[in-house]
Structure formats: structure tokens, C-alpha cells
Ligand binder design. Structure first.
Ligand SMILES: [Zn+2]
Length: 274
């Protein structure tokens, strides 16, 4: 008897909770709109093609806590492939060093061969861009993803592997994307991609650069970090970068640095979004 009464009492409270929470859903204006927002967010995400999601999904937190070795230099080259890429590959081979190339999806056969060569020689390849047009790609998350997908598929077709890392043109936070950078970086992490900015810039894209300025920027920059991600460029005009690299590598070796290529397990060097 007591048991039944207890049960009844439980049912009563359960019903009371159900009614009050239902009331909350139906009558509390704020909760309804939050719910609608969540639904529209999900629909928004489902609208994207999932074919170019990276295979290893990681949450933002996991990405941030991966550990790293000390005194490691990650040389990274953006905006190739070009004839400069081949020269850089030769230098890297001479010192038996691995590096990372964030490429543009140039459709020329000779460019595709260079991308294949980068891969065959054991370097890392990441997505950079198809158009490299800041004004277009940073109009919206959708605009960015459309451009990204072209370059992603391009690399995948050539090397037979889905690239899991990328670099935002101009870095993850720049004057073109400040309105969407939080939404954009969240979306790319949600898809399982890892992006890398840099903490040492060779400034070989800054007006007036010389072989000497590139050399000094990299050597002095690496002194400030135990793990350096160095931004350089391997587009066609960057002859000074190639010349500087010939001096940078032996100097850093002499100073005890080791070199590595970036992958999803490297600690991402990323710009802060404020
Ligand atoms: Zn670039």
C-alpha cells in the first residue's frame, strides 16, 4: 500500500515537472528563440557538403593541448607551387629537412607535378586557397568554404590523401575577415581541420624585402620561441627567399635547432581572436 502511494506521489511530481517545463518551452519567449537559433544553426551546418571534412576530428580544446618539442623550427612556404618550390625542395633535400607547403590550386600540369614532388619527398602539404582573393573568400563562411573545397580536392586528387591542415590566406585573423573569423575558425575546427598561423615572419611579402632582411627576420625570430612556425613564400618572384634559405638552414642547424613538418599533432600556432 505504502509502495503504491509512493509511486503515485512520484508520478504526481513527474507530471508537475513535465507540465512546468512544457510551460517553459511554450510560454517563455527567450527559450523558444534560443531553440530556434540552435535549429537554424544545425540546418546551416547540414547545408555544407561533408566530403571535404578532415578524417581526424578534434575539438578545439584537444587541438590546443597537444604538446610540442623544444627548439623546433617548422619552415612553412605559402603561395606555391612555382619554380621557386623546386629550388627550395633541393635545399631541403641537401640538409635532409622536412618542411610544410600551403599550396594554391594552380591547374597547370607543371604545377601539379611540383605538388606531387613535394609529397613524394616527404614534406607536408596543406590547403591555402584556390583564388587567394581576400575580398571574395572572406565575404562569408560559405564563400571561404567554396574556395577551400577547390584547393582541398585539388590536393586530394594529386596526392591521393585528404589534407588535414591549412593556412588562412593572410592568417586566421586579418583585416578582411574580422567580422566572420570566429565563426569561420569554429566551423573549420568543427570539420576536423587544423590551421596554422605563424610566430616568425620572414616578411618576404613586405615591400622592400631583401635576402638580408629575410635572413635576419628568421634567425632573430626563431631565438624568441622554443617552437617556431616560420612564414615564407615560394611564389615565383621570391628569389630572395630561396637565397636567404640557403643561409638560414645551416645557421639554425649550427645553433642546435631541429626541423620538422607540420601535421595535426603539432601544437598549432594560431592568432588570438579578441
Ligand atoms: Zn598566401
Amino acid at each position: 500500500m505504502l509502495k503504491t502511494r509512493k509511486k503515485l506521489l512520484l508520478y504526481f511530481f513527474a507530471a508537475l515537472i513535465t507540465i512546468s517545463s512544457a510551460g517553459g518551452y511554450f510560454y517563455m519567449e527567450e527559450e523558444t528563440s534560443e531553440y530556434e537559433k540552435a535549429i537554424s544553426r544545425i540546418e546551416y551546418q547540414l547545408g555544407y557538403s561533408e566530403v571535404y571534412s578532415a578524417k581526424n576530428s578534434k575539438t578545439a580544446k584537444e587541438v590546443q593541448t597537444v604538446s610540442s618539442d623544444s627548439k623546433t623550427v617548422y619552415l612553412t612556404f605559402d603561395d606555391g607551387p612555382s619554380p621557386r618550390t623546386l629550388e627550395i625542395l633541393d635545399i631541403l633535400k641537401e640538409y635532409n629537412i622536412k618542411a610544410t607547403f600551403f599550396v594554391l590550386s594552380d591547374e597547370k600540369e607543371s604545377s601539379k607535378e611540383i605538388v606531387k614532388k613535394i609529397y613524394d619527398e616527404g614534406h607536408a602539404i596543406g590547403v591555402h586557397s584556390a583564388s587567394h582573393n581576400y575580398e571574395t573568400i572572406y565575404k562569408s563562411v560559405d564563400h571561404f568554404l567554396k574556395d577551400f573545397e577547390i584547393c582541398f580536392e585539388y590536393i586530394k586528387d594529386i596526392i591521393g590523401e585528404a589534407p588535414g591542415i591549412f593556412r588562412f590566406p593572410g592568417g586566421s585573423v586579418n583585416s578582411y575577415n574580422k567580422d566572420i573569423c570566429k565563426e569561420l575558425t569554429d566551423e573549420m575546427i568543427r570539420r576536423g581541420f587544423t590551421y596554422f598561423d605563424w610566430n616568425v615572419s620572414s616578411d618576404d611579402a613586405v615591400k622592400g624585402y631583401t635576402e638580408e632582411s629575410i635572413y635576419n627576420n628568421v634567425i632573430n625570430g626563431c631565438k624568441k620561441h622554443s617552437t617556431s612556425v616560420v612564414l615564407m613564400h615560394d611564389s615565383s618572384p621570391k628569389k630572395a627567399t630561396v637565397a636567404a634559405l640557403k643561409r638560414i638552414i645551416p645557421e639554425l642547424i649550427e645553433q642546435g635547432y631541429t626541423f620538422d613538418r607540420l601535421d595535426e599533432s603539432a601544437q598549432p600556432t594560431i592568432f588570438r581572436i579578441d
